[in-house]
Design a protein around this ligand. Structure first.
Ligand SMILES: Nc1ncnc2c1ncn2[C@@H]1O[C@H](COP(=O)(O)OP(=O)(O)OP(=O)(O)O)[C@@H](O)[C@H]1O
Ligand SMILES: O=C(O)c1ccc[n+]([C@@H]2O[C@H](COP(=O)([O-])O)[C@@H](O)[C@H]2O)c1
Length: 196
């Protein structure tokens, strides 16, 4: 059987402890050998103006996973056309790593939108998807998603939106992000975008 690797796609605006707990959960409690956190410079559904600088978002993910051999920061979308379509990234990764079987990972809030993604039919037909439950996201109606499995796992009420609100308000983000990311964010000399 080929090595199975999970891909957690995200804007990581910024990376937070929720991402790391769920990545570790997928990496240690499923059949996956590793989890790669694929940093998306520009989600086709998000306004670029709400995003922190892309190079910083990637650097923070790299810092966050540096001490974990089962997690990796993946920058492939920085080399691909924008905005970042997941099917194009999967195609590129499958070409680069022909011996690896990729599994798509996501929080339950993202699954209902997948049928609107580019080439969703092919994506859903060709790819296993593991879903982590999320507060506020209803249990997905799985009939439309034959290759989707929803994990049973502790709910994590942490989001990038909340962290950006804290940063704008000058509130502590200690423990919401890893220490190295907290330090890097404290050294920022730019404004947190006003949106979201
Ligand atoms: N607390 C969480 N529980 C479950 N899934 C999560 C959680 N946080 C993030 N995810 C999942 O991680 C992936 C990347 O998420 P993303 O980078 O957009 O973080 P976010 O916290 O949802 O950010 P924002 O609040 O800015 O939308 C998505 O699939 C999302 O569903
Ligand atoms: O491929 C698509 O059409 C598509 C449409 C919307 C979102 N996505 C991807 O979904 C991932 C999650 O996005 P985000 O911004 O919520 O972290 C991110 O990698 C996006 O590029 C992909």
């Amino acid at each position: 059987m080929s090595r199975r690797v999970g891909l957690l796609f995200g804007s990581f605006n910024p990376v937070h402890t929720g991402h790391l707990i769920l990545a570790e959960h997928f990496a240690t409690r499923t059949d996956l050998a590793e989890v790669w956190l694929v940093v998306t410079p520009h989600n086709p559904f998000k306004a670029a103006s709400g995003l922190l600088p892309e190079a910083e978002r990637l650097r923070w993910v790299a810092l966050a996973v540096a001490d974990n051999p089962r997690l990796r920061a993946e920058a492939v979308e920085f080399e691909l056309p924008r905005p970042s379509y997941t099917i194009a990234t999967l195609d590129a990764l499958r070409l680069r790593h022909p011996a690896t079987e990729f599994v798509l990972l996501m929080g339950a809030d993202n699954l209902p939108g997948v049928p609107q993604w580019r080439e969703a039919g092919r994506l859903l037909a060709d790819t296993d998807i593991y879903v982590y439950p999320r507060p506020g996201a209803p249990a997905p109606a799985l009939a439309a998603f034959p290759r989707v499995q929803v994990l049973e796992a502790p709910l994590l009420d942490i989001s990038g939106t909340y962290i950006r609100q804290c940063l704008r308000a000058g509130h502590s983000i200690r423990y919401l992000v890893p220490p190295a990311v907290e330090e890097a964010l404290a050294a920022l000399d730019f404004q947190v975008p006003p949106l979201g």
